[in-house]
Design a protein around this ligand. Sequence first.
Ligand code: 3PG
Ligand code: CO
Length: 555
Amino acid sequence: EFSWKLKDHPKLPKGKTIAMVVLDGWGEANPNKYNCIHVAETPTMDSLKNGAPDKWRLVKAHGKAVGLPTDDDMGNSEVGHNALGAGRIYAQGAQLVDIALETGKIYDGEGFKYIKESFETGTLHLIGLLSDGGVHSRLNQLQLLLKGASERGAKRIRVHILTDGRDVLDGSSVGFVETLENDLAKLREKGVDAQVASGGGRMYVTMDRYENDWDVVKRGWDAQVLGEAPHKFKNPVEAVKKLREIPNTNDQYLPPFVIVDENGKAVGPIVDGDAVVTFNFRADRMVMIAKALEYENFDKFDRVRFPKIRYAGMLQYDGELKLPSRYLVSPPEIERTSGEYLVHNGVRTFACSETVKFGHVTFFWNGNRSGYFNPQMEEYVEIPSDSGITFNVQPKMKALEIAEKARDAILSRKFDQVRVNLPNGDMVGHTGDIEATVVACKAADEAVKMILDAIEQVGGIYVVTADHGNAEDMVKRNKKGEPLLDKNGNIQILTSHTLEPVPIAIGGPGLAPGVRFRKDVPNGGLANVAATVINLHGFEAPSDYETTLIEVVDN
Ligand code: 3PG
Ligand code: CO
């Protein structure tokens, strides 16, 4: 019979304050000039690495270890925090969609049947990130969906593209649009009226997250739904090429555009009777547009028109909000996360980050579930992020403020677990600005120091780790690991995450003597961290969790 009650750990005490620090985008790689963590002054993280050898190790943070389809898939924050919080490895959205498309099961599902009702008289709109990054979406999935939908009766299709340059190289958007255009041309030859209707860069149009900046979603709405944008083109390849020429613009930040016909009329606004699919599988950057498309009552911006559509997400993006209510593929069923166990066992939790990563240490950590398990036992604090800037301009971000909140929470002794995400390495790493990323890494290291000092004061324990790599390698490399050059002889900047493992360190005055990392979990990954932390809180982990990384030896 199931019980939330965890067994007492035979050797480890309860009641220690644990700081659970997640450095976002902080992997371990060879020291060289493109490794911003190496270049930056990071005395705190260095001291953890060079301290007791049995209290620092690396864990896997990419590929199958975090539920991604292959070991060529870089890690990301969604799957990383899911694994950290849930303690088990779930087949993630990327893979579930692959399977549903491969087997054709996607077309038998309720979601597809629902949108198919519109195919006879309406247009099918597909909105999402156009790249093969595999973090939020994947080009080949869009291609299969286009094919499958047209074979099942979609006669008029409009694609609303969001260009990437963040999970893939900047500039690659042109090639992806060309590929898509080719596919749409083939559909047109078969008599399907298929076209790109609008577009824009993912960071400027549609894909905001955690309600950081609703203007981003509004710009997308205006182009996609209303057919209005500052830039108009007849051809999407031309659109992307031309807009990239605007100074200081790149794939991530392309301004919104619409495709117009001979008469200058937008070719694909969304109107009553249409079907809409947001084809990203990842949740965080789809929740806001899903609300705009689905909610009858909505006051985040003036939608001007709220068309009566049949809308489905590729996945359901929020299980608690049941948003959207229709979806093509069921999301992974992540249940019994460590956070939920801990509230049932008297562990009081504080979690904090700034807006852009706030949902990572709460929503993703808790298995893509929003809100508290038990508000009496938990407090989540969000520090507002700077909005409307790229983070290379403010590389310190809110690291200090997050650390201060964590410090105060630790010193208050009101919490048993104080959990933070420090976004700097990742958010600044994604800008591709190497100098700024070095500053970012230093700021994150200083934040860690402040948290560790507080742990020292209360006799607590720290666990410091990361969710995936980013800042430790800022250059695209060939198979041999050598930096790749572009046609002008400049290095190709890597804005994306990496395949690197991440460090995990444990310590602090409250760590019981004899606790050390086991030697027999050489392939340990992020999913092994939850059992480790549950042990440090004085409990045995649930039996189906991935095994703990620690052991207690008698001195
Ligand atoms: C993003 O959404 O910013 C990137 O695609 C992935 O970054 P994250 O996984 O670190 O959030
Ligand atoms: Co990232």
